[in-house]
Design a protein around this ligand. Structure first.
Ligand SMILES: C[S@@+](CC[C@H](N)C(=O)[O-])C[C@H]1O[C@@H](n2cnc3c(N)ncnc32)[C@H](O)[C@@H]1O
Length: 245
């Protein structure tokens, strides 16, 4: 998706984002638990509404996002934050200027993950730490099951091998599964939009479409558990410390 379209999509979602971001909040907790107790200068890339940034302990907090509407939400939540509308692949920071860089479920939107990670490495000071989460291939198995054969391409997310290739030398990748539950397909669809997989059929189109849609809904409902309709995500946490190797 073109950058302008990503910014527009998140712009229109900004106001209701927090109520639909259960996954982002759970994964954000994982990311926050991996951070140092305090930092001097922290940058949150793709900060969204500021959920993570608000909880990082640092003398100076920077939030960066493509979407001005998302940054406006962060401004309300983290009044002391310095906010920048920019692209993760071109960070407007000097080399070695930050001792902590975080990014929660945002880099899956970057057309060139390696370029985005290289930018993080460039702006990290010596001894600085980077902690970045993103969804991985193998996520959303429930949707793949419900669609049946041949629709797997709609769920493309980077696989572990590709992420490892894009990572700077010395970085590690931890992987964890998260299951989120939804009352209905509408809530599930809204949550997916925030993550970047928005190919859940919304209605039947034509006669064949009607049968397919009916089968899809039935197959999703067949997977319902007490907490609701489950969606399982495989999430990667990339981390490294900038040191002389
Ligand atoms: C799924 S939201 C996650 C927001 C936040 N990190 C959280 O945990 O709730 C992804 C965010 O990344 C931003 N984003 C997407 N592509 C970006 C890019 N290339 N550069 C900067 N921000 C980007 C979107 O505007 C959106 O606010």
């Amino acid at each position: 998706m073109a950058l302008a379209n990503v910014a527009r999509a998140f712009g229109s979602a900004a106001q209701h984002y927090d109520s639909r971001a259960a996954l982002q909040q759970q994964v954000g907790d994982w990311l926050l638990a991996a951070l140092p107790v305090a930092a001097t200068q922290v940058l949150d890339i793709g900060c969204g509404t500021g959920h993570c940034l608000a909880r990082v302990n640092a003398e100076r907090r920077w939030g960066l996002d493509l979407s001005a509407a998302m940054l406006a939400q962060t401004a309300g939540k983290v009044p002391d934050a310095m906010l920048i509308q920019a692209d993760a692949e071109q960070l407007p920071f000097a080399e070695g200027s930050l001792d902590l860089v975080v990014s929660n479920l945002a880099m899956q939107w970057c057309p060139n993950l390696q370029k985005a990670l290289n930018e993080v490495a460039r702006v990290l000071s010596l001894g600085g730490q980077a902690t970045i989460t993103l969804p991985l291939a193998g996520s959303l198995q429930e949707l793949a099951n419900a669609w049946g054969q041949g629709q797997g391409h709609l769920l493309t997310m980077p696989d572990e091998a590709a992420v490892k290739l894009a990572m700077p030398l010395g970085a590690r990748l931890d992987v964890k599964e998260f299951v989120v539950h939804f009352a209905d397909l509408k809530a599930l669809r809204q949550s997916l939009k925030g993550v970047g997989a928005h190919h859940v059929p919304e209605r039947a189109k034509g006669l064949t479409g009607k049968t397919q849609y009916h089968n899809f809904v039935a197959a999703m409902e067949a997977q319902r558990v007490a907490l609701g309709l489950p969606l399982t995500y495989r999430v990667g946490l990339i981390s490294w410390q900038n040191a002389f190797l």
